[in-house]
Design a protein around this ligand. Structure first.
Ligand code: ADP
Ligand code: ADP
Ligand code: ZN
Length: 217
């Protein structure tokens, strides 16, 4: 199964992806995670991406498309994948279509997780992430058992440098201008499934699985 998980920053893509990949037996591919890993390793890709991420802007399409193309060509992607945070522009979506075609496959579904703007701001500014394993928490909505310590691995939690109010506002603007048009793009291709993301985490997961036809209504 090849699926795209779409939605504005803070919609819950990463949270849902972690829960879905086990159930669906496919890979989780997050361009944001790939850029953050490159930055941690101080590669030239990471340093290039940092300029854009810190400003809440998108990394240029040619760079982003390049890393996704490489990743999808690796053998482990044959079992299927869930793309989180890619595509984010129409040119990225066109490039993805070609790449998947070249691999002799097709895209199965696109899930759009919808959440209102005020909730997104609350979610992003309260997000905390584990330094070690990448697990995501929220200071109010999903706090760890011990403050700033990961339940899963005991690692320390940090706040992403782009989760400040100023950067969040710009990311939401960039989303409206460059990414939201993909909703219609995939609706026209008859691939779009829409899910209400302003519900409990488990409820959102169930709605996604039901939309994908993986559980009975
Ligand atoms: P995205 O990957 O779309 O940016 P995340 O999965 O990182 O979103 O979620 C953003 C923040 O919102 C995190 O702090 C996460 O714990 C919290 N969150 C995710 N889903 C929900 C939900 N259904 N209800 C409340 N908070 C949520
Ligand atoms: P979010 O929680 O906002 O969904 P991500 O972790 O997916 O955040 O992305 C963080 C940042 O990485 C983005 O603001 C952007 O700078 C960069 N990025 C991630 N995916 C893409 C993409 N598909 N195209 C361009 N830039 C991207
Ligand atoms: Zn952890």
């Amino acid at each position: 199964m090849r699926v795209i998980l779409m939605g504005p920053p803070g919609a819950g893509k990463g949270t849902q992806a972690d829960l879905l990949i086990n159930k669906l037996g496919i890979l989780h591919i997050s361009t944001g995670d790939m850029f953050r890993k490159a930055l941690k390793e101080k590669t030239s890709l990471g340093l290039e991406a940092k300029k854009y991420m810190d400003a809440g802007e998108l990394v240029p399409d040619n760079v982003t498309v390049g890393i996704v193309k490489e990743r999808l060509a690796e053998p482990d992607c044959k079992k299927g994948f869930l793309l989180d945070g890619f595509p984010r522009t129409i040119p990225q979506a066109d490039a993805l279509e070609n790449t998947i075609k070249e691999l002799g496959a097709g895209l199965d579904k696109v899930i759009n997780i919808a959440v209102d703007r005020d909730v997104l701001v609350q979610r992003l500014t309260g997000r905390r992430v584990c330094k070690e394993c990448g697990a995501t928490y929220h200071v109010m909505f999903n706090p760890p058992k011990a403050k700033d310590v990961c339940d899963d691995c005991g690692g320390g939690l940090y706040q992403r440098s782009d989760d400040t109010v100023e950067t969040v506002n710009n990311r939401l603007l960039v989303y409206e201008e460059q990414t939201a048009p993909l909703i219609d793009y995939y609706r026209k291709k008859d691939l779009l499934l829409e899910v209400n993301g302003d519900q409990e985490v488990e409820q959102v997961t169930n709605d996604i699985l039901r939309a994908l036809g993986r559980v009975k209504a």
